[in-house]
Design a protein around this ligand. Structure first.
Ligand code: C2E
Ligand code: MG
Ligand code: MG
Length: 587
């Protein structure tokens, strides 16, 4: 809409018209303009208001408008800012101009169009408050959405994507600087979640986030997810990194207060340094993660600085995992049997089934490491079942007084399938349940109401015996003995191997033997390598022993021959060299 002429009180429409005609026409025009839904104001080049309609009155001015009023006196002080200079500039403009402005006195948003009309300017105003609110809301939700993918909703810290971006920018900075990247993982967070509930767990994470935020520049901290956080800081010299890591750990020495409860939480930290420009941020985070893994496996509540050796060990583990998968597919796993000797009679009393692999790469790695990797990948379930089935079948051929001991990993308790796997192995082989010993270590959680305890109970109902393996190496061996009525315990071989160098190991071994007797458990010992070991253990009340002194783990055939012969060792006459040895089968 454009108005070609001034609508001022003394406006002339057409010089040919009579006054009456002009006045009638003017009235018509006024009525039309007055009924417009837009506000209309006409301002002359001197800045005077020469016309306004009622909508303009409502929309624009806080006080009543008056024709002939000077623009400068129309609006209160605050309203002149922005709006007035704009109108003034529009007066001399040759083209239409637009402005969206907030009027503080009415708290409305209006859109104003200034159209030059001769020496005047016509202002059309429209109330766009609702439109503005809609636009703002959609912009806000867009912001929320973009924030959602960049911000961790719980802690308000950046998320991994935002962190990567910040870190990349930092690394690409023109000034090459030394940067320390910290990968933080809370120790014991799961316990807080389990005991105090997830709401407290969330609060705790928020508090951790706040402490970490103070430790670095804005945007230089993030939550990777769960209880894992990332932080980077520029540092002056490499030597500073240790002090800085200590300072970061110190953040966790003060307790966190959640719901009135004081929580002491440790943290494991992996650190990596970047001094080159254009180092890949992802790569840097991976290195810190590798160092974190080391910090966690080496005691927690500590930090480790990344070095290439760590990366090599990760790569090695990865290669072993691949080899493990391949070996399973190619059926390269088999079972070896180490005789367990009755120290009183010297007879072979049973055998422990031990996993072996015909793959060269796998057989050169420590078995405990392979088991750990198989636990990580979950393949231990399949391997465990294979060992149970194979060894039960082998043991069924031995004389009936001989037992079979099989190691079971804590991971095998998770699926709740252990009892059915064992039952199936016993059924298929025809081995009596009473001849099967299951060896577990303290890694199996045996808290009250824990599913593992229930599974062990149900195994005992079947008649299977439960032994506690590697006794004395866990953190709470004695408490553990109270958690479940074991049938026997096996003293860890580390005590036996130190018999000659550390006299106190004798004291411990004797005490463990006495505990076993007191509780009515069978006492086993492993790692018996010399006749002194055997005799010392016999004196300390150990009934059963295994070790290289008697025999290394044997093939199924050799073990069966030994079993059928009811082989007997002369414990008092034993010398090193009487060891039964067999080369491992490797392809
Ligand atoms: P473990 O259950 O404590 O088994 C005894 C380990 O001591 C075996 O190592 C055995 O070869 C070794 N050993 C026996 N006598 C002597 C000795 O006189 N001196 C020394 N130094 N060592 C001796 P291995 O076969 O390497 O097994 C290591 C561990 O791997 C086992 O420790 C057990 O925890 C685990 N393991 C073995 N087979 C299985 C399996 O089928 N399933 C699971 N879950 N774990 C298994
Ligand atoms: Mg064992
Ligand atoms: Mg052991």
């Amino acid at each position: 809409m454009s108005i070609p002429v001034s609508l001022g009180a003394n406006a002339a429409l057409d010089p040919q018209w009579t006054d009456a005609e002009q006045s009638a026409e003017l009235q018509t025009l006024r009525t039309i303009v007055d009924s417009a839904t837009d506000g209309i104001m006409v301002i002359d080049h001197g800045g005077k208001l020469t016309y306004y309609n009622s909508v303009a009155q409502q929309q624009v001015a806080p006080n009543s408008l008056e024709e002939g009023q000077l623009l400068a006196s129309l609006l209160p002080e605050g309203g002149r800012i922005g709006f007035f200079p704009w109108i003034e500039r529009s007066l001399g403009a040759a083209v239409e101009r637009r402005l969206k402005v907030h009027l503080p006195w009415s708290d409305r948003w209006i859109e104003v169009r200034a159209c030059p009309a001769g020496s005047n300017v016509v202002l059309f105003s429209r109330d766009v408050t609702a439109e503005h609110a809609r636009e703002t809301e959609s912009r806000r939700s867009l912001n929320r959405l973009t924030r959602a993918v960049r911000v961790d909703a719980l802690t308000g810290l950046g998320n991994r994507a935002a962190f990567l971006e910040r870190l990349s920018a930092e690394l690409a900075a023109a000034e090459p600087r030394l940067l320390a990247l910290f990968y933080v993982d809370l120790d014991g967070f799961k316990d807080v979640n389990d005991t105090l509930g997830h709401r407290s767990g969330d609060q705790l994470l928020q508090k951790v986030g706040r402490r970490l935020r103070k430790f670095c520049a804005d945007g230089a901290a993030c939550r990777f997810g769960g209880d894992e956080f990332g932080i980077f800081r520029p540092i002056e010299a490499r030597a500073d990194v240790e002090a800085l890591s200590e300072a970061l750990l110190a953040q966790f020495r003060r307790p966190f207060v959640v719901d009135g409860a004081q929580i002491l939480l440790g943290a494991s930290v992996g650190v990596t340094l970047a001094s080159r420009q254009a180092v890949d941020a992802e790569e840097l985070i991976r290195s810190a993660d590798v160092a974190l893994y080391r910090a966690k496996t080496e005691g927690r509540n500590t930090f480790r600085i990344f070095d290439q050796g760590m990366a090599d060990s990760i790569a090695r583990r990865w290669r072993l995992k691949v080899a493990l998968k391949r070996a399973l597919l190619r059926r390269l796993f088999y079972v070896a049997y180490q005789p367990i000797v009755d120290l009183q009679s010297g007879y072979v009393a049973g055998f422990e089934a031990l996993l072996r692999c015909r793959d060269k790469q796998l057989s050169s790695a420590p078995l405990t490491e392979l088991i750990e990797l198989a636990e990580e990948t979950g393949e231990i379930e399949q391997i465990g079942e294979l060992v149970l089935r194979t060894s039960c079948a082998a043991a069924a051929a031995w004389p009936p007084e001989m037992f079979l001991s099989v190691n079971v990993s804590s991971v095998q308790f998770r699926s709740g399938q252990l009892r059915s796997v064992i039952e199936a192995a016993l059924q298929a082989s025809g081995l009596a349940a009473e001849r099967l010993h299951i060896e577990i270590t303290e890694t199996v959680p045996l808290a009250a109401n824990d599913s593992a305890s229930a599974q062990l109970d149900s195994l005992r109902e079947l008649g299977v015996r439960i032994l506690l393996d590697d006794f004395g190496t866990g953190f709470a061996s004695l408490t553990y003995l109270r958690a479940f009525p074991f049938d026997g315990l096996k003293l860890d071989r580390s005590f036996v191997s130190h018999f000659s160098a550390e006299p106190e190991t004798h004291v411990i071994a004797r005490a463990v033997g006495a505990i076993a007797h007191g509780l009515g458990l069978r006492a086993f010992s492993e790692g018996v390598e010399t006749k002194e070991h055997a005799r010392a253990l016999k004196r300390k009340g150990y009934r059963f022993a295994q070790g290289f002194l008697f025999a290394e783990p044997l093939s199924e055939t050799s073990a069966n021959e030994l079993a059928q012969a009811r082989f007997r060792w002369d414990i008092d006459a034993l010398e090193i060299g009487t060891v039964l040895q067999e080369a491992n089968e490797v392809v």
